[in-house]
Ligand binder design. Structure first.
Ligand code: ZN
Length: 420
């Protein structure tokens, strides 16, 4: 067996970057990266990915939801597969690395093993998830849900901005919604799932590290808070007599910032804050704001949410504001398998990388695949301040090379025997 050298990985890193650019040409909006589920751009990307998988020596199929699955057969027919992959849909005007990196990197590695005639006892399945972001039909993680057997068929009736239902879109693209159940992979067929993904944040960049091992995909609690005060004339109502809904909202927002600063891994965001009928000379009487709290540890998130609720109560009583707090979303954090994290760290150490661990604040297909298989994620440094979901998203060919090397090392050392 030939041991692949570092120079070879530099070539693979370049190949990955070139292919990311080619895949980015499949977009709905000229000059922008927008590729939503089952559009012409999305279908074109699926065909391109399938062609690259095939060229890398994999057997390729498309399942009923539109996932593209490449299988590089193993030598032992009894072995469960090692699954890897990521998504190829995007947000509107997003980045080109979010998703495709985790598809094109393993395809490049498999292509390399195939050229060397190298096989492993276990099959490697590279899966290009068709839909993760939830943009077109307001329903995320469709590809991984189909694989995990947890696709909720009610979302087939969701419609896009043009009134086209998901069911209609699938049928017009030759997919059969009646076959969705058959896309599910039985538990036990997948020995482990590893996803390579850009970090989508600044942590690795700031620490000058190329790679990180994900500990858990953070859980989140989301709310809509409505504050009802009293509108009034900006010039006539003395400060002490006011019931200003925006000032209450501002105090709540600053409390959330302070509270979330107290625990590492805890983050809080007010992404929307709307003053109803706001005008420059009117004291705000009504405000609606969003609250998003996330942490890798559920206990930390729940404690913070309790404290925030108590403080909202206190602030509203003190300011004479009525409130309505409605929870819109709740998801527990999903831990990455400890034994897979350990093996990733060993692979990193063998190639001179500091084994840095960090949580993922963003959601990923791994949340769903963890329902049927042990799951792990390898993060790759994001350039440009860690910007993601934005055209400014970037990463380097050197990092693509080292990520391929660590991924290849992980696969070469992978065995299902006695995970510890
Ligand atoms: Zn992503």
């Amino acid at each position: 067996m030939t041991k692949t050298d570092t120079g070879n990985f530099a070539t693979l890193g370049q190949e990955i970057m070139t292919r990311i650019e080619i895949l980015a040409l499949h977009t709905e909006q000229e000059g922008k990266m927008t590729r939503t589920y089952l559009t012409a751009a999305h279908r074109g990307a699926a065909r391109q990915i399938a062609a690259w998988m095939s060229e890398a020596g994999m057997d390729v199929r498309e399942d009923a939801v539109g996932n593209v699955i490449g299988r590089y057969e193993g030598t032992d027919p009894c072995c469960a597969s090692l699954m890897t992959g990521s998504h190829f849909d995007t947000v509107r005007d997003g980045g080109k690395y979010d998703g495709p990196l985790g598809i094109l990197l393993p395809i490049a590695c498999v292509g390399d093993w195939n050229r060397q005639g190298r096989r492993f006892p276990f099959p490697i399945e590279v899966i290009a998830f068709c839909e993760e972001e939830g943009v077109r039909f307001n329903a995320p993680l469709l590809g991984s849900r189909a694989i995990a057997g947890s696709f909720e068929t009610a979302v087939l009736e969701n419609v896009d901005d043009n009134g086209v239902s998901m069911r209609e879109a699938m049928i017009s693209e030759g997919l059969n919604p009646a076959q969705l159940g058959a896309a599910a992979m039985p538990e036990g067929d997948i020995a482990a799932y590893l996803e390579v993904h850009i970090e989508q944040g600044p942590v690795l960049l700031e620490e000058n590290l190329a790679l990180g091992v994900v500990t858990a995909i953070s859980g989140s609690s989301r709310f809509i808070l409505e504050l009802q005060g009293t509108a009034g004339h900006a010039g006539t109502v003395p400060m002490a007599s006011r019931h200003d809904a925006l000032m209450a909202g501002a105090e709540i927002a600053l409390y959330i910032e302070k509270r979330c600063n107290e625990s590492p891994g805890l983050v809080g965001t007010i992404g929307q804050l709307n003053v109803t009928n706001g005008a420059g000379n009117v004291i705000p009487g009504h405000v609606v704001m969003s609250i998003d709290i996330r942490a890798d540890k559920d206990s930390i998130r729940k404690l913070a949410v309790d404290d925030i609720q108590t403080e909202i109560e206190n602030i509203c009583i003190r300011r004479g504001i009525r409130k309505n707090l409605e929870q819109t979303y709740e998801a527990a954090s999903v831990a990455c398998a400890k034994w897979l994290q350990q093996r990733l760290k060993e692979s990193m150490q063998r190639h001179g990388c500091t084994p840095r661990s960090l949580p993922s604040g963003a959601g990923h297909d791994g949340i769903i695949i963890a329902e049927i298989a042990p799951m792990a994620m390898l993060f790759v440094r994001c350039g440009n301040g860690g910007t993601s979901h934005n055209p400014g998203e970037t990463m380097s060919a050197e990092d693509a090379a080292i990520a391929s090397q660590v991924f290849a090392d992980f696969v070469e050392h992978f065995s299902m025997a006695n995970p510890t």
